[in-house]
Write a protein that binds this ligand. Structure first.
Ligand SMILES: Cc1ncc(COP(=O)(O)O)c(C=O)c1O
Length: 460
């Protein structure tokens, strides 16, 4: 599952004690295991080998450049949902033809940069960042369009630039994948995609357009998903649509089934990749045989178990029959528990012999229940509630497991808390891949804008 293990009462990231890393780097701190990342990629690829899908890593799950370089180096493409995610993918060395660009509300500038690197927002910074000029990088592989209005914008910008835009239409198949309400995306009441009838009409209306070609269909049902059933239902809908638009001339060559496969938040919660692959591969076999390339956009399932958040204990207090363990980070570093009621297993990084967890699963508290909370001024600021936890003291550390996806990318500076550091471990090698945010980097932008003339005008 992953390479975070207890040995003789100490938590290790691969071959390095987590406390040794925290001693050197401080907390809060994200630690990623490179071996776990590559292991997940290998297993995913093996499971889906019979259809050889284009694997486009969902950058939003964890967008650290070192993580992206690892995944791009392993041959993955990237699924991006904003202009800057696109730039990160490119900086990580991802060939543009392996990028799929989704997102329900892309700006004109983002579309322009996706179609022509001369419009990259990083172009003016190429020498300062010691990066190649993005001008000649070419067009992204596929732009996933989510509305007729967006297709019209893409067509208009592609015409203005004189470049060919290849698009996939995101279908909203009205399937409830059973994820949290905020992360279920394939119901008709959700903002994403268009119904099949609208997609067919778009294909018809843009058929033969000189600068825009509908080459694919896209679906992303939500996340996390713990069973292949919703994918199979979506494939049924998409197959019918492929035949329908095909009869009217639009040849679909790219079928993007999105991401969503769960991470193992509790031991055994997510079935192995084979369970998904054994259902999905036969269901798309006939499409693959017709020359259609299947794409997948995994994020969480690669990165979730590949990362932990390490926090330091600042205070312990007992109140109202509960033990509050107050840590140096909470919802600011990992918002999933507060935002989605997500359950992340939390345990001390160093425990007495015999107290190492055998599974990542909270048992009913043996004594008083523990509230693992952060320093933020909100009652909703917690990492785990009402859980069993070993006795901990000031300056001990806790590991929050399965935090590698949607952890750092959703972290905020609320209450002026600097963003955590990030490190990558590979065997016994530890690399700081992002420094802890410095207080000056939080404060400086406001200082720099003091006295701008238009502010004075508006104040009058
Ligand atoms: C369009 C799209 N693709 C892929 C993903 C990745 O999902 P996951 O990390 O669950 O694989 C998301 C997540 O929100 C998404 O919106």
């Amino acid at each position: 599952m992953d390479h975070f293990r207890y040995q003789y009462g100490q938590l290790y990231a691969e071959s390095v004690p987590v406390d040794a890393i925290a001693d050197a780097v401080g907390t809060p701190l994200y630690i990623y295991s490179k071996t776990t990342i590559l292991d997940h990629v290998h297993r995913l690829r093996e499971a889906f080998r019979s259809i050889d899908p284009l694997l486009c890593y969902a950058v939003k799950a964890c967008s650290n450049l070192a993580v992206l370089r690892t995944l791009v180096g392993a041959g993955l493409g990237c699924d991006v949902v904003s202009g800057l995610e696109l730039e990160r993918a490119w900086l990580a060395g991802c060939p543009m033809e392996k990028v799929v660009f989704a997102g329900v509300g892309k700006s004109d500038d983002e579309i322009r940069a996706a179609l022509d690197g001369r419009y990259s927002p990083l172009r003016d910074h190429a020498s300062e960042l010691a990066m190649p000029d993005p001008a000649g990088r070419g067009v992204v592989g596929v732009l996933n369009a989510e509305s007729r209005s967006e297709v019209e914008r893409i067509a208009s910008i592609a015409s203005e630039l004189g470049v060919p835009a290849r698009i996939a239409i995101r279908i909203n198949p009205d399937i409830d994948a059973g994820a949290h309400d905020h992360t279920t995306t394939g119901r008709s009441s959700d903002k994403f995609g268009v119904p099949e009838s609208e997609a067919a009409a778009i294909c018809r209306d843009f058929f033969g357009h000189p600068h825009l070609r509908v080459i694919g269909l896209h679906v992303h049902l939500g996340s996390p998903i713990y069973s292949p059933t919703p994918y199979i239902r979506a494939i049924g809908t998409l197959t019918t649509l492929i035949d329908r638009v095909g009869a009217e001339g639009t040849r679909i060559e790219h079928l993007d089934l999105g991401g969503g496969i769960g991470a193992d938040y509790e031991t055994g919660q997510t079935p192995p990749f084979e369970v998904f692959a054994d259902a999905i591969c036969p269901a798309v076999r006939h499409l693959v045989d017709r020359g259609i390339r299947v794409a997948l956009e995994p994020g969480r399932t690669i990165m979730g178990n590949a990362g932990i958040l390490v926090v330091g204990v600042r205070h312990v207090k007992r109140q109202s029959g509960r033990r509050f363990v107050i840590c140096d980070a909470g919802m600011n570093a990992l918002i999933r528990p507060s935002l989605y009621g997500a359950k992340h297993f939390v345990w001390a990084t160093r425990v007495e012999a015999g107290r190492e967890p055998t599974e990542r699963r909270f048992l009913p508290p043996s004594g008083e229940p523990c509230e693992v909370v952060g320093p933020v001024c909100e009652s909703g600021d917690f990492l785990a509630r009402g859980v069993d936890l070993p006795e901990v003291r000031l300056a001990d550390r806790l590991a929050v497991f399965t935090a590698g996806a949607y952890g750092m990318t959703m972290a905020s500076t609320y209450n002026d808390q600097p963003l955590p550091a990030e490190v990558m471990v590979a065997g016994d090698k530890v690399t700081i891949i992002r420094e802890r945010q410095r207080p000056i980097d939080l404060i400086a932008p406001g200082i720099a804008h003091r006295g701008v003339a238009w502010q004075a005008e508006m104040a009058r």
